[in-house]
Design a protein around this ligand. Structure first.
Ligand code: PLP
Length: 399
């Protein structure tokens, strides 16, 4: 394709309008149906979605709620995490992971990530558990970041040794599988998911869901999301108002029918990018940027074993000192990018006074300086993908 035609191509980081255009005929009738019914809270759409999610995640129950952040908070409460308890989570994640721990009065203990996958580093977790005061750590919350499952064998092993619960922040990982083919949200006592519009399964607003294997814990979460109430006007404990709207559930049920084909699209796009970067001389993210004289760009470490990366984000690494320039040049070529996340949580102002137990958090800090998310959504055309790779690789080759 001639350069002049290429420069006309626009590639936003995410294009929800393209998705909606293909779904309009399926979505409008179900939205109208909810409006006609005037049943907006709970009801058959919510119940059915919960059943579908439980089955999809291979768990015994799923409980809808108002957001992914609330899912984390409610799951922690249902697992009996109380004010003053310590909950271990990675320092490189969306703020909500730790924010939701803090909101219930518990204390996040932030650990480092594996530089190849950006997920909780079990070695750092091990050090943290040995430094934390005896008996204070009540739960561990790994995050399946960017759609790739954590090393759950190591994490669950460390937790079991000390009798600590594990709860998965799977907000970016619906349908993701670990090396044994186990689904995100099914490997611990609870999984927390978000239906924020930019997630792989996104609603028309906020929404979330929790998955559980234990029916009693699920019932407690279901009660907590509705003021701890059961039956009506009888309150067992103080909960909150965090229900999933019928409108969101109706939309999500339609979209869920397409989730696996969207995931396949994301995975195919990722393979295309991996191959292009590899052929140009880039390496995978298990080799740090300084380590070789190869092209200074890293693609996400491909999944091992039976694992299934769902690529909520496709994350490349570039030299920190060139990142802003690379993003600016991509933006000039009308290619959208984002930095997830420019600061690790221990670097955030609101966590300045947090006890970091003198842990080494350098892999997270390096990731926050070197990573860029590039467009990976399933509706990308071949021309768009080629435009992204041609532009990116030509910028990086001239470094
Ligand atoms: C999106 C997200 C959340 C929070 O979800 P909301 O629905 O926006 O509240 C929590 N954790 C991670 C890792 C996320 O990406």
């Amino acid at each position: 394709m001639p350069t002049s035609a290429r420069t006309m191509i626009e590639v936003p980081l995410l294009d929800l309008k393209a998705q909606y255009a293909g779904l309009r005929d399926e979505l409008e009738p179900v939205v109208k149906e909810v409006i006609e019914s005037q049943w907006f809270i709970g009801g058959p759409n919510v119940t059915q979605l919960e059943e579908d999610i439980a089955e999809y995640c291979t768990t015994s129950r799923a409980v809808g709620c108002a957001s992914g952040s609330d899912a984390i908070q409610l799951a922690l409460q249902a697992a009996d995490v109380n004010p003053g308890d310590i909950v271990v989570c990675p320092t490189y994640t969306f703020f909500s992971t730790a924010g939701s721990i803090s909101r219930i009065g518990a204390i996040p203990l932030l650990v480092d990530v594996d530089p190849a996958t950006y997920n909780m580093d079990p070695k750092s977790l091990d050090v943290a558990l040995s430094k934390a005061p005896q008996g204070r750590v009540k739960a561990i919350m790994p995050v399946h970041l960017f759609g790739q499952c954590c090393d759950m064998d190591s994490i669950m092993g460390l937790a079991a040794d000390q009798g600590i619960s594990v709860i998965e922040d799977a907000a970016q990982a619906l349908g993701s599988e670990d090396v044994h083919g186990r689904r995100a949200g099914s490997m611990s006592v609870a999984g927390c998911f978000s239906f924020f519009p930019s997630k792989n399964l996104g609603g028309f607003g906020d929404g979330g869901v929790m998955t559980f294997q234990d029916p009693e814990m699920a019932s407690r979460a279901a009660r907590l999301r509705n003021h701890g109430m059961e039956p009506k006007y009888y309150h067992h404990e103080v909960g909150c108002n965090s229900r999933l709207d019928a409108l969101q559930a109706a939309v999500l049920r339609v979209k869920m029918r397409h989730l696996d084909s969207w995931t396949e699209g994301r995975r195919e796009n990722a393979r295309f990018y991996d191959d292009c970067i590899c052929e140009a001389g880039g390496l995978s993210s298990d080799v740090s940027l300084g380590e070789t004289s190869k092209l200074p760009i890293r693609y996400p470490l491909p999944a091992s074993g039976a694992s299934r990366h769902i690529y909520n984000q496709y994350i490349i690494r570039v030299p920190a000192g060139h990142r802003d320039m690379i993003r600016a040049r991509l933006s000039e070529a009308r290619i959208g990018t984002e930095v997830y996340y420019p600061l690790a949580l221990h670097q955030q102002e609101c966590y300045r006074d947090l006890d970091l137990f003198e842990l080494n958090l350098s892999a997270a800090e390096r990731a926050s300086r070197e990573t860029i998310a590039i467009p990976i959504y399933p509706d990308l055309t071949q021309a768009q993908k080629e435009h992204v790779m041609d532009t990116l690789l030509s910028i990086v080759s001239s470094l």
